[in-house]
Design a protein around this ligand. Structure first.
Ligand SMILES: Nc1ncnc2c1ncn2[C@@H]1O[C@H](COP(=O)(O)OP(=O)(O)O)[C@@H](O)[C@H]1O
Ligand SMILES: [Mg+2]
Length: 357
């Protein structure tokens, strides 16, 4: 009888042992497969990171100093007055596309930091966002501008998820705390986001709500209790830029900002941009080409684009200097001439050398 029991015990021990052994083996092979796939993905990522195309010319020659922004002396003075000194203000920059709004906004915090009595610390951040790509989600599950609460229902099996702890996630307004938040194309911001932004500008912090938050829950870490009670810091100065007119921007946001206007660029301004761009890039451009481009480029960005295309045309022919012929070819080919074909004038001597489209 005893031996039957011993054999049965032995049998079941063997079965259970085999079960755990197989499980351990399959878990190990799963981990191995995961490791292998992660290694391959990392190698692919590293490979991609080694490849760099040159950045567009408009970025390479982006003004690095306020003095390099041409034709906007009044606007630059106004931005400096608004942001430098002990009491920086929120700003909206109006103006057509490609006239230096983004360039000026990116340089503004650097200028402000140098000013006497500035509240911006040396490490104050400039956070750049674009209203056209701000996701707007009614339930605020993810809000890159204002921030959001990552509730346990969305966290799945993570440590916070299983413990039922809601996790506040900082948005751009908090990342810009102590510095500048730049919202390009602010006129495109959905009105729900704009209302939240106004509240943040007023409170200088973000308050979160979550059905999962319980102020008596001892599992919730102190810093999360602190955020739910006192809000997440979001004290920054706003710079908005827009190609729209004042009438298209809600009064509520306009009334909180100093409004600054950038001018459309004149031919003379564009000539200066072409000259400074070609100097920076060490390319030689004929005066005829400069004059032609400045007449047809709609703005500064356009001028740099046309210059690059004309340079590429000269490069294809193995020539080092951009001539009126290169400018003319670009203007015609890229239809800068409103469908008309430029036939040249006194400056353009030989029309027959225009390349076909
Ligand atoms: N006023 C300007 N002075 C010098 N360069 C300019 C000016 N405006 C535009 N540019 C050129 O065009 C590019 C794009 O300008 P950007 O500041 O982005 O224009 P916006 O924000 O008004 O659309 C700049 O990197 C620069 O090369
Ligand atoms: Mg811009």
């Amino acid at each position: 009888m005893t031996s039957i029991i011993t054999i049965t015990q032995l049998f079941f021990t063997l079965i259970i042992g085999m079960y755990f052994f197989t499980r351990l083996k399959s878990e190990k092979s799963d981990t191995h497969l995961l490791d292998e796939s992660a290694k391959k993905s990392k190698a692919r990522l590293d490979e991609m990171r080694r490849i760099h195309l040159r950045e567009p010319l408009t970025e390479t020659v982006r003004p690095k100093d306020m003095s390099e922004i041409i034709g906007q002396e009044e606007g630059i003075r106004a931005i400096t007055a608004a942001l430098c000194g002990p009491h920086p203000q929120h700003v909206i920059i109006y103006g057509p596309a490609g006239v230096g709004k983004t360039a000026a906004a990116r340089l503004a915090l650097g200028e402000a930091k140098k000013s006497v009595g500035t509240p911006f610390l040396r490490n104050a951040k400039f956070i750049e966002t674009d209203a056209t790509i701000m996701r707007c989600d009614e339930r605020s599950i993810a809000d890159p501008l204002i921030g959001s609460v990552h509730d346990p229902i969305y966290q799945g099996a993570g440590a916070y998820g299983t413990a039922g702890i809601p996790q506040p996630k900082a948005g751009a307004v908090t990342k810009a705390h102590g510095g500048v938040l730049f919202i390009d194309e602010i006129g495109e911001l959905p009105s729900s986001q704009l209302n939240k932004l106004l509240k943040v500008l007023e409170d200088r912090r973000v308050f979160f709500e979550s059905a999962y938050y319980n102020e008596f829950d001892k599992n919730i870490p102190d810093y999360i209790h602190d955020i739910f009670k006192n809000g997440m810091p979001a004290d920054f100065r706003l710079i908005g830029a827009t190609t729209k007119g004042g009438d298209d921007i809600p009064e509520a946001i306009r009334s909180r900002c100093i409004e600054i206007f950038f001018n459309p660029l004149t031919c003379a301004d564009i000539e200066k941009i072409i000259v400074s761009t070609s100097n920076r890039l060490k390319i030689s451009v004929d005066s005829g080409a400069i004059e032609l481009i400045s007449q047809y480029a709609k703005n500064g960005r356009d001028a740099v684009k046309i210059l690059q295309m004309a340079k590429n045309n000269a490069f294809l022919d193995g020539r080092g200097t951009i001539t009126a012929r290169d400018a003319l070819w670009t203007l015609n080919t890229c239809r800068y001439t409103n469908g008309r074909l430029l036939t040249g004038d006194d400056r353009i001597v030989d029309i027959s050398i225009i390349k076909p489209n």
